[in-house]
Design a protein around this ligand. Structure first.
Ligand code: 5GP
Length: 351
């Protein structure tokens, strides 16, 4: 056993120091970025914010809407693209798969139907297994031109391993998600801000990118993730509860205990929760336990308002720290460590 002494930080442990700026207006800030990838052939341009591949978030409707803002969506694994005739803009969505043999079949069928798709997301809760690396290598061999997103990991060594095995973009985050209980159930995790800093450094050294996945509760957290070096930021809870993600089964009405007022609420659950296991795996296998929560969150209407709130917040961050474009945010960043959670009045799920 050994103890690592260095302090590891989360979003709530830091703030961004304001700096002298020459920007006249927030409207001057450029949020679009262009990336070329280590393996995949096509470059990508867009606003590097991604809707997570969770039920209620990673839907085709969400991909359609977010692509209007040049933003990206990883479709939930349950979205069957073979039954879809018209897909969203191929620059702004990715199919998601796991690492079973059946997932390779799913991929083949989806590409047969939609050969122009550019992105493949290979997603497992624990990206540290050798089998995961083998699977990435296999998919890279089968689809040498496509852009592969793979995760999740939280350390530099494994970020490098996944890139060398064929990933273009590594997804970073174990335990920070709004409906994730991994840290409680297993004691495993890594403070997300430090994970981003360390994994971004490792990926950039190899000409690859990272996605900061999980733990953003506010536009300020999204800004901190970019400031820490994330190339992309993935959001689950912040995009949940909107028209574009809601299927009939997820929305219901609830009476407020105090006011008697009836409000619409949306059921949102982790993809390793009992709810997800009941839907997709006929219940939880005997050897597993749930590592996700099921919560009810307020219905929030169209996602457009939330998108504008996030983009407006990011533009404002840039003007505060003197960055004319999102790309410059890390080099304009000085984090200040704070010793109290300044926003601890908000509940984790009060998104
Ligand atoms: P959020 O933006 O809601 O904080 O985090 C979203 C991320 O949480 C997802 O992209 C995914 O990586 C992670 N996640 C989703 N469902 C679960 C779950 O049931 N368990 C765990 N451990 N993580 C989850």
């Amino acid at each position: 056993m050994r103890i690592e002494d260095g302090i590891k930080l989360d979003f709530d442990d830091v703030l961004l120091r304001p700096k002298r700026s020459t920007l006249g207006s927030r409207a001057e800030v450029l949020l679009e970025r262009t990336f070329t990838f280590r393996h995949g052939k096509a470059p990508w341009t867009g606003v590097p914010i991604i809707a997570s591949n969770m039920d209620g978030v990673g839907t085709l409707e969400m991909a359609e809407k977010l692509s209007e803002f040049s933003m990206f969506t990883t479709l939930a694994k349950s979205v069957d693209l073979t039954t879809v005739e018209t897909i969203p803009d191929v620059n702004h969505f990715s199919i998601s798969i796991g690492i079973k043999d059946a997932d390779v079949e799913t991929l083949h069928k989806a590409f047969k139907k939609h050969p122009n798709m550019k992105f493949i997301t290979i997603d497992v809760a624990n990206g540290y297994s050798e089998r995961f690396g083998d699977f990435i290598e296999k998919v890279r061999g089968l689809y040498p031109e496509k852009i592969i997103i793979a995760g999740n990991v939280v350390t530099a060594d494994m970020t490098q391993e996944l890139v060398l095995r064929g990933a273009d973009i590594v997804k970073v985050g174990i335990g920070p998600g709004s409906v994730c209980t991994t840290r409680i159930k297993t004691g495993v995790g890594y403070p997300q801000l430090s994970a981003i800093i360390e994994c971004a450094d490792a990926a950039h050294g190899l000409g690859a990118q990272i996605i900061a996945d999980g733990g953003c509760k506010s536009p300020g957290d999204v800004a901190k993730a970019f400031a820490a070096g994330a190339d992309f930021v993935m959001l689950g809870g912040m995009f949940a509860g909107h028209d574009e993600g809601i299927e009939g089964r997820l929305i219901s009405e609830k009476q407020d205990f105090f006011t008697g007022e009836t409000k619409k609420v949306v059921t949102f659950y982790g993809m390793s929760s009992d709810t997800a296991m009941d839907i997709y795996n006929d219940g939880m296998a005997w050897y597993r336990s749930s590592e996700g929560r099921t919560v009810q969150i307020p219905y929030r209407g169209n996602v457009e308002h939330t998108v504008r709130d996030i983009l407006g917040g990011l533009r404002s961050t840039c003007t505060y720290i003197g960055a004319t474009k999102l790309k410059d945010v890390p080099k304009c960043t000085s984090f200040i460590r704070v010793n109290k959670q300044y926003n601890d009045v908000f509940e984790k799920h009060d998104l």
